[in-house]
Design a protein. Structure first.
Length: 382
């Protein structure tokens, strides 16, 4: 199976053709994008069994949407089924399709549609809009995670004329993204890959890497830099080229490695994922725990909810024990950041806490600790 990636010739051609696709009349645009989006995806499907599962994965929620009001089918049942299909492909088949074809991001889109439809926030979903949303070539590979209403508003919005200055600005951002990926990202990846050989020789135990300090330092700092340059570079490319076409894609990064704690980090890193897990996982867990077994301990409900949420985030990234450890450490960091903030607010009060936050020395120390904690957790992300 070929890799559907930012360097794929077909994908790059589509990014360049985006402006011409989007200036067509809306009635034409809908069908044109449907052909392009689904056609691109189909060209990368070569395994019959996986193709069948993906078709079920995609069409089952649409059938539910069309029949839900007639049959009163509970939405949680459909969500469990598509989660089961996703887990089957990922856990049991050890499928490369999950990563190559962006199924994890498609899962987020499907859940977004199902919950919005069930809550009445989407009165009706057109089948063409449904497929264009799921298979949008701008965000199919690795996001950003765009909500259905955001997608629809941007897709159907009247496309204003773009000035030469704006066009150059969008192209400049996309070019910078490619530089991030192909030069800086590749550079730090090469260094971390060499160190990874030693990492594997130590059986993947980050603590044992301390015995080889050069290898440890190379992975500790270069792998996080590779992740940032590669992922933020990809987002720069698709956001820039999307804007050139008149299609708005949400921002996904905001200088995350300058964060003072894990709360701030996840508000700056993969921001669309953070908002999605906040709305559909964390808040739901917090509401359940805060209204049931921990109703008299709201703060504990908050800490436990965020901890469980990030365990699930770790598992979503991968099914090996290293990703579970990554999620565990992120959960500890998030719960610890919340607890630390709450303790300071209780001790200092709002005004003194704000002065504490404004202290530059404290800000430097917190940023230093935060970035090194993040780098440590990413040792388990590899």
């Amino acid at each position: 199976m070929n890799n559907l990636s930012i360097s794929s010739p077909i994908f790059l051609i589509l990014l360049l053709l985006g402006p011409m696709l989007m200036i067509t009349p809306i009635t034409v645009r809908r069908y044109l994008l449907l052909i392009v989006n689904t056609g691109l995806y189909i060209t990368y499907l070569h395994n019959v069994e996986e193709t069948v599962w993906i078709l079920i994965f995609v069409f089952l929620p649409l059938v539910y949407i069309k029949l839900a009001r007639k049959w009163s089918i509970p939405v949680w049942l459909i969500i469990i089924i598509i989660l089961s299909i996703f887990c089957y492909l990922d856990f049991f088949e050890k499928s490369s399709t999950i990563k190559l074809l962006g199924l994890s991001y498609m899962l987020f889109r499907l859940i977004d549609i199902l919950i919005l439809m069930n809550s009445g926030l989407i009165p009706k979903i057109d089948s063409i809009d449904y497929f264009n949303y799921l298979f949008s070539f701008w965000t199919i590979i690795a996001g950003p995670i765009q909500r259905f209403n955001e997608f629809k508003d941007s897709f159907y919005a009247e496309k204003p004329l773009i000035s030469d200055e704006q066009r150059l600005q969008f192209q400049h951002r996309a070019a910078n993204g490619l530089i991030k990926i192909l030069i800086f990202g590749a550079f730090f990846k090469d260094i971390s890959d060499v160190a990874l050989k030693y990492y594997v020789s130590y059986r993947g135990n980050p603590l044992e890497l301390l015995s080889n300090m050069k290898c440890f330092i190379a992975i500790f700092y270069c792998y996080p830099l590779y992740l940032w340059f590669n992922f933020s570079g990809y987002c720069d490319v698709v956001i820039g080229m999307g804007k050139w076409a008149g299609f708005t894609i949400p921002e996904n990064f905001n200088k995350p490695y300058l964060s003072r704690n894990l709360i701030e980090f996840w508000n700056r890193w993969h921001m669309t994922l953070s908002r999605w897990i906040r709305d559909f996982v964390y808040l739901q867990l917090f509401d359940f725990l805060g209204s049931s077994i921990l109703s008299k301990h709201i703060f504990k409900a908050q800490y436990l909810s965020i901890f469980i949420t990030f365990i699930l985030v770790g598992i979503w990234h991968g099914t090996t024990k290293n990703f579970v450890v990554f999620g565990f450490l992120q959960g500890i960091g998030m719960a610890g950041s919340m607890y630390y903030r709450d303790i300071l607010l209780k001790k200092f009060g709002k005004q003194r806490y704000e002065r504490y936050i404004d202290n530059k020395k404290i800000a430097f120390i917190e940023r230093f600790i935060c970035i090194h904690y993040i780098c440590f957790t990413l040792l388990f992300f590899m």
